[in-house]
Design a protein around this ligand. Structure first.
Ligand SMILES: [Zn+2]
Length: 132
């Protein structure tokens, strides 16, 4: 089983929107090193809830990444009614569900600013290493 040795550095849940891909790829490689990112791309990122969580669980089971980045972006066509607070609230709810499924996974929430082209880190959740 040659893929047993492969471990991803980070999992990434983001939107399919092409306007943010260059930016998020650059940000991921700057923060986590290049390559080794398991990407789960859906319209609206977390908008499909449970099916996305299933995919994350499957990817994590295969590649054991220790951290998951959850990225919504402003001006998202799928979440067009969402302001900043709604994005953060939905990402937090998604993170809590992920935490129930995969307690050891650290989840980082970010908001990608589509027009301004920058990535805002909102918070990092379930990182026990600093508490202990
Ligand atoms: Zn979008």
């Amino acid at each position: 089983m040659c893929n047993m040795a492969y471990k991803a550095i980070v999992g990434y849940v983001g939107c399919i929107d092409a306007r943010i891909h260059n930016l998020t790829e650059e940000w991921l490689s700057k923060n986590f090193g290049s390559g080794m990112v398991d990407r789960i791309l859906r319209a609206g990122a977390t908008a499909y809830g449970n099916s996305v969580i299933e995919e994350v669980a499957e990817a994590h089971g295969l590649h054991h990444f220790p951290i998951l980045v959850v990225a919504h972006h402003t001006d998202c066509g799928k979440l067009s009614s969402f302001g900043r607070d709604a994005h953060i609230e939905q990402m937090r709810a998604f993170a809590r569900h992920i935490h129930e499924e995969i307690p050891e996974l650290v989840v980082q929430i970010v908001l990608v600013h589509t027009e301004e082209q920058y990535v805002e880190v909102i918070e990092t959740l379930f990182d026990d290493s600093e508490v202990e």
